[in-house]
Design a protein around this ligand. Structure first.
Ligand code: HEM
Ligand code: HEM
Length: 182
């Protein structure tokens, strides 16, 4: 809950924000697209899936932990962007980030169940990796939600820049460690 005497997020929320941002960057921009490009019979495909699926599920657990901690800790009042519409937009964007991150984890797990990827990646099953994963609806959803998430992250970065450069309100401090009360 918000508290007018608090100026920063709880250090655990701060640490989780940055660990998750790094994890999402690796999955969304680096590993995911590389993995999708590999042919199903490429020996690196299964190794790549093992890493991507594990990190994806860890990000899912951290997401649940972060949401729980957010409800249990005192958070600073909403940052003021100087406009009603921008303030509502920021709130919506934050909810959207949570929803789309959860959507990526959920669609990834659904794809793994649909295409037997847990057995292939971790169970040592001697099954071929499906040639065209897009035959599975969750795979298509994983691709679409990924594009939406990337777009929203870019908007998030634009919002942070707007605060830092135009409003010069030191927004980044709210998501960093230090004294929390005024
Ligand atoms: C994968 C990338 C990222 C994701 C998924 C992400 C997600 C989020 C979410 C969901 C929030 C809302 C926090 C809450 O109320 O619980 C948030 C806040 C914030 N993020 Fe990010 N973030 C990312 C990258 C970044 C980067 C690169 C920066 C800095 C340039 C940044 C700076 C901030 C700041 C300053 C806040 C606090 C905003 C406020 O207090 O209103 N984020 N982020
Ligand atoms: C926040 C978490 C995740 C992010 C950001 C993410 C991101 C991505 C991206 C960007 C791609 C490439 C999509 C494309 O090019 O169309 C991809 C592919 C893939 N993801 Fe994820 N992913 C996440 C979680 C998961 C999870 C939890 C699983 C499974 C347990 C998973 C399994 C896969 C697989 C198997 C592919 C390759 C599909 C193919 O070869 O066609 N992902 N992911």
């Amino acid at each position: 809950m918000t508290d007018p005497n608090v100026t920063r997020y709880h250090p655990a929320l701060v640490a989780l924000h940055w660990i998750m941002a790094l994890g999402i960057f690796m999955l969304l921009v680096v590993g995911g697209p590389m993995l999708a490009k590999l042919a199903s019979n490429d020996p690196m495909k299964i190794t790549g899936m093992q890493g991507h699926m594990a990190i994806g599920m860890i990000v899912g657990l951290l997401l649940a932990l972060r949401l729980a901690l957010k409800l249990l800790t005192r958070t600073p009042p909403h940052a003021d962007a100087g406009h009603k519409a921008l303030n509502s937009g920021a709130k919506l964007a934050h909810i959207g980030l949570y929803v789309l991150m959860a959507g990526m984890v959920g669609s990834g797990i659904a794809m793994a169940f649909a295409a037997d990827l847990f057995a292939i990646a971790y169970g040592g099953a001697d099954l071929p990796v499906p040639e065209d994963m897009t035959a599975y609806t969750p795979r298509v959803a994983h691709g679409v939600i990924g594009k939406l998430l990337l777009a929203l992250i870019l908007a998030h970065l634009a919002g942070v820049l707007y605060h830092m450069v135009l409003r010069r309100d030191r927004l980044l401090r709210r998501m960093w460690f230090g004294k929390r009360t005024v």
